[in-house]
Design a protein around this ligand. Structure first.
Ligand SMILES: [Fe+2]
Length: 463
């Protein structure tokens, strides 16, 4: 009993500065990562502590409750492992060096490998999670089902919103394929069941509200990877409709500045999807603090990978230069503090064209963002023409700048400038809404466009 009181005291001391948001102090340095075995040294924590971050984000597997297969995981076991973690000297140092700390869980600190909504100790695990992160006893988060939360840091105009998703508490059972001897693993299959969910209804509703709150940078934290989809392990595309729903929500809310952070994979990589929303959507995976693969291995298939670090312990480091046109420098670093991969992006690049009003579109008619994903398919697309390019063939653009990443063009070639379009010019279309039926193609410059089969495939929509 005495040792439990002592351990509790140590835990409280270790986690004293855990914080709520609404801190007007400018955020310029953020460190993050995942996967730490509480029984092994974690030298990388010293490297991270030296950076004195404004935010420390723990992306899950913040301890491993289920490493000893001979021990049944109970709430007591979860508590003991958190207490062990809280006593790791490097962690105490890192905590003390960080202005704010936020966490979510993944499967091993939740209590069971790859577990979801049916994990029997999920409520007990939630209590232990909040005890570890120092959530006040009267905080409404303790009564909420699931540990999702969001906070905004920094002054108006320079706000960083951290959205911590809970990809465990509500997640529907996954479907596993047969054991694959080459992989030495039974890969997950897609779960396309009606109602299969990653976040659950309440969390989805909450997420929509969060994405509508004002913030300049939004760090969307998911313990599992969102963009990488070709590997056989856990990822958002185990329930494909849920990832579609996430992208649709990012589009419909017009949320700018979203950058995804993920963990889980025991490797680090940066993926980018240029089609999901109206701007490049990055997913930075950092895993683990001391649980990464130690030996070199061939990078797994990931068509969306920008750069990667297939072995070695790592953490993520984001610095934000808020002057003029603000810039985010994103790096993955190793335990020596060396950058192993990264990218830099202007905040103005992480901006779409505002909320997409999907409700206005009739059945069978889609918006440019959806049409852009249907290359070689026949679609009917509708949008307001913001600019028109070309002297002979006319290019009806969905964006003011035809080079914009989310521009979608309907091509009206000279040969189809007949009938209603015999005298067509830029003035015919700019500022008007068009509906066009044809085939989506990619031109030589890599831009997505729609080719009409005949002139009747294009019409002006009266609004
Ligand atoms: Fe892990």
């Amino acid at each position: 009993m005495r040792s439990r009181i002592l351990a509790g005291l140590l835990l409280a001391l270790a986690l004293a500065p855990a914080a709520r948001g609404d801190d007007p102090k400018l955020v310029t340095k953020i460190v993050f990562g995942s996967c730490v075995d509480q029984d092994k040294p974690v030298p990388i924590f010293d490297t991270m502590a030296a950076l004195k971050p404004d935010l420390l984000l723990l992306l899950g597997d913040n301890m491993y409750a289920d490493l000893d297969k001979s021990v049944k995981v109970t709430p007591d076991v979860i508590r003991q492992k958190y207490q062990q973690m809280a006593k790791v000297p490097g962690f105490i140092k890192l905590k003390a060096a960080s202005a704010h700390i936020l966490g979510t869980w993944d499967d091993h600190d939740y209590g069971k490998n790859d577990a979801g909504a049916d994990w029997e100790h999920k409520d007990a695990a939630q209590k232990e999670f909040h005890d570890f992160f120092g959530t006040p006893a009267d905080d409404p988060l303790r009564k909420q089902k699931g540990i999702y939360r969001a906070e905004v840091y920094g002054p108006v105009g320079k706000r960083v919103q951290v959205i911590m998703l809970d990809t465990r508490y509500f997640r529907s059972p996954l479907k596993k394929g047969p054991f694959n001897p080459t992989l030495r693993y039974a890969p997950y299959l897609q779960n396309n069941d009606e109602g299969a969910t990653m976040l659950g209804a309440d969390q989805w509703k909450w997420l929509e509200a969060q994405l509508k709150k004002p913030a300049e940078v939004r760090l969307l934290v998911s313990s599992i990877q969102v963009i990488s989809e070709e590997h056989p392990f856990e990822k958002w595309t185990t329930i494909p409709k849920e990832r579609e729903k996430l992208y649709a929500l990012l589009n419909s809310t017009g949320a700018n500045g979203v950058v995804i952070l993920s963990g889980d994979r025991h490797l680090a990589e940066i993926s980018v999807d240029t089609k999901a929303v109206g701007y490049p959507l990055y997913d930075i995976t950092s895993s683990g603090f001391n649980q990464a693969n130690k030996g070199w291995r061939a990078p797994e298939k990931n068509s969306a990978r920008l750069s990667g670090m297939p072995y070695g312990d790592n953490f993520g480091y984001i610095t934000i230069d808020w002057s003029d046109d603000p810039r985010l420098a994103v790096q993955v670093r190793d335990e020596d503090g060396d950058a192993t991969c990264g990218f830099k992006v202007r905040l103005s690049t992480l901006k779409g064209s505002g909320p997409v009003i999907v409700a206005k579109l009739p059945d069978g008619v889609i918006a440019p963002a959806a049409a852009a994903k249907k290359v070689n398919e026949k679609v009917t697309v509708q949008f307001a023409v913001k600019s028109v390019g070309g002297k002979a063939n006319l290019y009806l653009n969905s964006q003011t700048d035809f080079r914009a990443k989310d521009n979608f063009a309907v091509v009206l070639p000279v040969k189809l400038q007949v009938g209603a379009w015999a005298k067509a010019s830029a003035d015919t279309f700019v500022g008007k809404t068009i509906r066009a039926t044809g085939t989506v193609t990619v031109n030589k410059q890599g831009s997505v466009q729609l080719e009409l089969a005949d002139e009747k495939g294009l019409e002006l929509v009266k609004e």
